[in-house]
Write a protein that binds this ligand. Structure first.
Ligand code: 13P
Length: 256
């Protein structure tokens, strides 16, 4: 029996408009009314955080407002950046750090990911730290090594008392937006290895409390089998989170 409360995030990436983000938020809220036993967060684009947050609030929803990124600096001359304090000011309580699209398409290196993870946790935000291997790393048998390195480098100097606010998203890069998913067994294997790294860093009890969620072409049709794995504690959903008709059943599958 899993003792971790599942967590499902909808990462809207650079999608939706002012109007469609509001429509989607309302549909997700309405689709999840009364559902218990699962934490849910949505991650709209920055310009829609306030309007989506207002919809969540006015409907009394427990869905949490998340941001897709945060700057590691508190303020200053950093054109285009958004600080953790600004995000909190807009009602954000959880932030993605190290998403593969930022690591690879936008060339964020391990130092940047590390600085962002530390800054967000220190600011009191919850963090979903995203890790995962590229196809060439998987084919070279380096999956576990890559995940371990990404976890260790991101969490360097992060104190144990902040780990209660951490979740890890295992998102194999080759599964993101491709329609390919890790098999439930492969996901379980990667998650268990990531948990072992967390146990080495923070002790088994702390590691057992950290939610490790899966991302990569998760859909209503494949979610249940992946979510049934003992070390899979939820999902981080991209494409399928843009449709309430897909996202709501995934959340329901996670709630069990
Ligand atoms: P897809 O669900 O579109 O594959 O995206 C996964 C993801 O990157 C979530 O952060």
């Amino acid at each position: 029996m899993k003792h971790r409360r599942p967590l499902v995030g909808g990462n809207w990436k650079m999608n939706t408009s002012r109007l469609s983000s509001a429509t989607l938020a309302r549909a997700v809220v309405d689709g999840l009314v009364g559902l218990k036993g699962v934490d849910v967060a949505v991650f709209p684009p920055f310009p829609y955080l306030l309007s989506v947050g207002a919809i969540l609030r006015e409907r009394g929803s427990s869905i949490r407002l998340g941001a897709q990124d945060a700057c590691d600096q508190p303020d200053g001359a950093l054109t285009g950046e958004v600080s953790c304090a600004m995000l909190k000011d807009c009602g954000v309580s959880v932030v993605l750090v190290g998403h593969s699209e930022r690591r690879h398409a936008l060339e964020e290196n391990e130092t940047v990911v590390h600085n962002k993870a530390r800054a967000a946790l220190a600011a009191g935000l919850d963090v979903v730290l995203c890790v995962g291997e590229r196809i060439e790393e998987r084919e070279a048998g380096r999956t576990d090594m890559v995940n371990e390195e990404q976890v260790r480098l991101a969490l360097r100097e992060v104190p144990g008392e902040q780990i209660a606010r951490l979740a890890v998203a295992y998102e194999p890069v080759w599964a993101i937006g491709t329609g390919r998913t890790a098999t439930p067994a492969d996901a379980q294997d990667a998650h268990a290895k990531i948990r072992a790294v967390l146990a080495d860093l923070y002790g088994q009890d702390e590691a057992d409390r950290v939610r490790i969620i899966y991302g990569g072409s998760m859909k209503a049709a494949n979610a249940a089998a992946i979510l049934a794995q003992p070390d899979v504690d939820g999902g981080l959903v991209g494409g399928a989170s843009l449709s309430a008709g897909e996202f709501v059943p995934i959340v329901r599958a996670a709630a069990g």
